[in-house]
Design a protein. Structure first.
Length: 399
């Protein structure tokens, strides 16, 4: 007699949500490249440069000094102080050590934040388009994601009235990301002020993913935590992955009210139990002695964004079938291909087959990005110009 398998929890069985969110194309492109085909990868936001040698030298020196044992679960005092100084230099309200917990990357910071504010079954507003893991992370924290679109014709800016209309009695939080991945939108001050007012009126937490605050090409970044009354209702997620090209080092943090940070530390005791001390020492070096590295990375993506816009021919009548959405920040470019009549999924699949160029369909990031493509600006400028030019020619042949 065959025994039935013991069932896993509903929470873990429903994290992904039953769809591949367009990632099958990414894996197909990777397989083609591994087989020797000349595929141009413009899919994921991993830098085409390595972590600066000065940061790696600091990491190795820490390892050589024997910093290989258990580390402080909350993060070392020196690193938390350095993060607090970074926050204080960029905001009016500032931060202190007790407002900071160090996490294994921004993704772990996001999960911890959602665990802190959601009880099982409660809902969280997620602005669409969103980074691919946002809705999944809400589900992983046993919450429900309510998607609210930021319309393309409004520059992917938050629609505050739509957000308020979508609130349900059990809504506990709103999750935002500015500068935004995938759209490159930097949320305007007036929209963020209105969003903060909504959170204060309705007693909602605001979780603000600010991984790209160091990469603003147009305008200025405003952290909602810095708005009046929001310091006690905002959890801010940060990381060194994008600012210092340290994606593999997995070093992030949460900035929040001191009482919430204590609870996050209790969660970390039962989950991550801290991150390696030598990684923290490398992060400390990055934050205190590698400002030039951060500045150079930001300048690189600003140049590449300009080059990509030029290559796509973003002038009236220059191209048919494709239009670039100028990014205000981040390391991505959105292309509007709705004129071709194809979905982002269909266009991306045809592009890969015809041109061996791999991009992410906008549908991978939510409904508001349907009919768009996300281009990762993670190639040298000459290669990026060539790929964007080929995409423009390919799109014009479809209309």
């Amino acid at each position: 007699m065959e025994l039935s398998p013991i069932e896993l929890s509903q929470r873990i069985r429903t994290v992904i949500g039953g769809t591949d969110d367009g990632w099958s194309l990414y894996y197909r492109a990777r397989a083609m490249k591994a087989a020797g085909e000349p595929v141009v990868m413009l899919t994921i936001g991993d830098h085409d440069i390595k972590t600066d040698t000065s940061i790696l030298d600091a990491m190795k020196a820490s390892m050589d000094a024997g910093n290989l044992g258990y580390s402080s679960v909350m993060g070392s005092d020196a690193l938390r102080d350095a993060i607090a100084r970074r926050v204080s230099a960029r905001t009016t309200i500032g931060a202190a050590r007790e407002n900071i917990i160090v996490t294994p990357g921004g993704q772990a910071a996001l999960f911890a934040s959602l665990m802190a504010v959601l009880d099982p079954g409660q809902s969280c507003i997620v602005l669409d388009p969103f980074y691919a893991t946002f809705a999944q992370t809400v589900r992983a924290a046993a919450g429900r994601a309510i998607l609210v679109e930021t319309p393309a014709d409004q520059g992917f800016q938050p629609d505050i009235a739509a957000i308020e209309q979508a609130l349900e009695p059990d809504t506990r939080a709103i999750l935002i990301n500015s500068p935004n991945n995938p759209t490159g939108a930097v949320y305007s001050a007036d929209r963020l002020e209105a969003l903060a007012d909504l959170c204060l009126r309705r007693g909602l937490w605001l979780i603000s993913d600010e991984l790209y605050d160091c990469q603003v090409h147009d305008g200025a970044h405003l952290s909602p935590r810095d708005l009046p009354g929001m310091a006690e209702q905002c959890l801010t997620v940060g990381s060194l992955s994008k600012s210092h090209a340290m994606t593999g080092s997995r070093l992030g943090w949460v900035v929040g009210p001191a009482g919430a940070v204590v609870r996050l530390g209790e969660l970390a005791t039962t989950t991550t139990y801290g991150i390696p001390g030598f990684i923290q020492d490398a992060g400390l070096f990055a934050l205190t002695q590698a400002d030039a590295v951060e500045t150079a990375i930001a300048a690189r993506y600003r140049r590449r964004a300009r080059a990509a816009l030029e290559a796509i021919g973003n002038q009236p009548g220059a191209n048919r079938g494709v239009r670039a959405v100028p990014p205000q920040g981040g390391m991505y470019l959105m292309l509007d291909i709705r004129e071709t009549g194809l979905t982002g999924d269909e266009f991306a699949a045809r592009l890969l087959d015809a041109e061996r160029i791999a991009v992410m369909p906008g549908e991978s990031f939510g409904n508001a990005a349907a009919g768009h493509l996300r281009i990762a600006l993670t190639l040298p400028e000459a290669e990026l110009r060539d790929a964007l030019g080929r995409i423009a020619v390919f799109a014009s042949g479809l209309v």
